[in-house]
Design a protein around this ligand. Sequence first.
Ligand SMILES: Cc1cc2nc3c(=O)[nH]c(=O)nc-3n(C[C@H](O)[C@H](O)[C@H](O)COP(=O)(O)OP(=O)(O)OC[C@H]3O[C@@H](n4cnc5c(N)ncnc54)[C@H](O)[C@@H]3O)c2cc1C
Length: 512
Amino acid sequence: MVSNPDYDLCIIGGGINGAGIARDAAGRGLSVLLVEAGDLASATSSASTKLIHGGLRYLEYFEFGLVRESLCERKILLQAAPHMVRVMEFVLPHDEGQRPVWMIRLGLFLYDHLAGRKKLAGSKAIDLKAHEYGKVLDDKYAKGFVYSDCQTNDARLVVLNALDAQERGAEILTHTACTKLRCDGDHWNISLRDLAAGQEWDVRASMVINAAGPWVRGVLEASDLVHGDGLPNVRLVKGSHIVVPRRYDGAQAYIIQQKDKRIVFVIPYEDDFTLIGTTEEDFEGDPIGAQISQDEVEYLCAAYNDAFRGQVTPGDIVCSYSGVRPLFDDGKENATSSSRGYKLYRHKDMQAPMISVFGGKLTTYRHLAEEAVSKILKMAGKPGAAWSAPHSLPGGDIDDYAEFISEQKARYPWIPKELLRRYGRAYGTRMARFLDGANSLDDLGAHYGDGIYEAEVVYLVRYEWAREVEDILWRRSKLGLHVSPKTIKNLSQALATLTEEVKSDDAKLAGD
Ligand SMILES: Cc1cc2nc3c(=O)[nH]c(=O)nc-3n(C[C@H](O)[C@H](O)[C@H](O)COP(=O)(O)OP(=O)(O)OC[C@H]3O[C@@H](n4cnc5c(N)ncnc54)[C@H](O)[C@@H]3O)c2cc1C
């Protein structure tokens, strides 16, 4: 239940866009409620390729504006969360059957120059027969290009935005669905259902932003709001990835052009693995149930096998995941060329302000959020200046990441190097919240196995809305890839008790 059933703004959806909007709006002093039907980032925002990138291939569709916006956001995010957004080199091997060399050179020139890139090296051509990056590739490649982009942890980026929103005053309710929106004069009545407890109640808000991703139209349909001039259609496009044991040494990723004009990324993932994706196919049905098909598995294995010396077979796959892109339908025939831009639809026929978000990219969420909040405030005739660009996300107040890690080694000399590295990447400066006061691993409480200690789990439950083992192992982290069944069992057994303890401690603190 919420403490104050009357808000300035209610946001539906706790993916990257909803969480980003909540942060932006709370930072402008609005009273904000965000409702998410599942766990934070339980849908598309945990199933991406995890790149903060301009999207080199969108240049081909003349989407210069989108690429420029994305590259500007890349720069902002590198500064806002240096622990979670890291620069990665991408190798683009070239053979005769692909886009011509002049086109790639031009594309890379634009990519280098469309936005500032102080921290990223410029692109260059390489001889794959001589360069170490060519060693793992098939013999057919002689020439290639290298450029820089960034990799992140998509689901944690969502949580950091929600955390910042909460610290700026927003209320975040997970496992709570919006079941109906009713415009009543100058405000909205919003029906909510706690999907875990089965409770239902109403709240009021002056403004609503519908950021339900693939369900954006579903939310409108449930409330009979699918009218209004020019309301976009959503095009649901499924994309799948496979994870296999690490294929090669080195920190570089590869971007492989396919004969059907798609591209497949091959990316070092979670130290011990390689991520291969993505596919693109139109999707029907409930996006939450999206799963990789046999055709997609074969497509991804074939894409890898055609470009690399080694082979990947379906039997090598450790896990796979699929997500559904909620693209706004621009009428393009194929999904690959459909725009990755976004549309913020203003429901002008309603007296109380409301916006629905169509499309977007992980990379551009901050800008989308800023624009959405500015737009809805304008509709409401209220002031509120944009603020978020120069502000770091929780844990991201770090000037130089290498220096930060050295400082943490000196501060916590008793933490094994690999564990400290993991804490640094996941929590940045926030690791102090569960490490300070401890002087040995024993001080971190029970050890459930594979470097998962009670102190971290308590932090995730108390501050990061983690409820289930899956939230911890697959969204707040990707530890699910690394831990043994015994660790999972230990964690499962401990979680219910820890959650009760956290609740009771918090209740005591609130009562003091
Ligand atoms: C395969 C794939 C790869 C991608 N790779 C990249 C990439 O590398 N880089 C990049 O920039 N972008 C990438 N994207 C795009 C990016 O992931 C999406 O644009 C972004 O995650 C969409 O976020 P969202 O918040 O709009 O939607 P979602 O993350 O789906 O969030 C919507 C949320 O709304 C909730 N919801 C729905 N209905 C209700 C309701 N009634 N009440 C309450 N909550 C509700 C859902 O549970 C869901 O959590 C990729 C997308 C896919 C599919």
